[in-house]
Design a binder for this molecule. Sequence first.
Ligand code: FAD
Length: 353
Amino acid sequence: MRQFVVLGGGYGGVTVVNHLFKGRIPNDVTVTLIDRMPFQSMKTEYYALAAGTASDYELRVPFPTHSGLQIKYGEVTGVDLENRQVIFAAEDPIPYDQLVIALGCTDRFHGIPGAQEFSSTLQSFAATRATYLQLNNAKPYANINIVGGGLSGVEVAAELRESRPDLNITILDRGSRVLSAFPERMSKYVTEWFHEHGVNTRSHIGITSLERGVIYNGSEEISSDVTVWTAGIQPVELVQKLNVPKDASGRVLLNEYHQIPEHPEVFVCGDCASLPFAPSGQAAEGQGEQIAHVALALWRGETPKLHPIKLRGTLGSLGKKAGFGLMGKRAVTGRVPRLLKSGVLWKSKHHLG
Ligand SMILES: Cc1cc2nc3c(=O)[nH]c(=O)nc-3n(C[C@H](O)[C@H](O)[C@H](O)COP(=O)(O)OP(=O)(O)OC[C@H]3O[C@@H](n4cnc5c(N)ncnc54)[C@H](O)[C@@H]3O)c2cc1C
């Protein structure tokens, strides 16, 4: 049997699997999905788990159950590209004929001393559970600093405000405004929401180091009972260690079919892949669909035909009642984008995206 192995059952990996099973998989091909967890987790909602407004259970989605799909649980530690093997932490390696690497991303600490040791993060389910404990065990009126005013930082700050009205919450951003990748009108709306809801925003912060309870902004000491790091991402360590060409963000450079050019038997999907837009669940799903299309076409002996991946826009939440979003070039704010975001989540949970 030929082995088609998908590493990572997140937005990208699950989409690859679901779309493969919509087509005709040759009889001599076995598809195996591998993840460390026994369910998919809705990473786009981790901010709510961290803040304590959504339970762990609510963020879990069962893996697909196609007849013929094998699911294996384990901690993947490496990929041996030369010998075509997946390496595990505590089990024997398994061989593959074709592979999809869809393991997502981890935090980037920019070499700042103490950042990794003294901050809580949101990039894995386990890390987010730990952040939930830190934030929800924080004493009344504790100082919570959220480093990074991008989408994740903004969402966690707003959700935490709803969950814990007592806390002193501050977003520390190195730029001149929160959501610097979005239009200024949207940053203004979000900043006003924060001011109305008692969340502080500080710009032009150049963090030089962290210690227990303190963030250093040059010579300024910022007292911090809990620091949440949302100031950068990079592909998971396994991909960092892969000896293949990558872009400036460490994402793997791919050919037109999402394959590693020197290893066309290996596809890379989602946050690990170098795509012409910022990493997102949507991009991972769009790419996952195309990878399945390519694999099915190649099995039929046909040339795959791909169109550019179309993204629907970005939606962010400010607690449960307000939101913001970019639909094409249009910035939308208020209740409508929040409702749309809930709808997108519902569809994603039911694999209707
Ligand atoms: C707080 C927050 C809010 C976000 N909001 C949005 C949003 O509104 N819209 C949007 O489009 N995107 C959003 N994103 C980004 C989005 O979540 C990611 O871009 C998306 O999850 C990437 O999909 P992926 O398939 O590449 O990886 P993931 O969905 O992260 O899946 C990776 C999978 O690999 C598994 N895995 C990882 N390492 C190993 C290992 N060593 N061994 C075994 N299994 C492993 C994990 O358990 C996981 O199931 C948000 C992210 C965060 C953190």
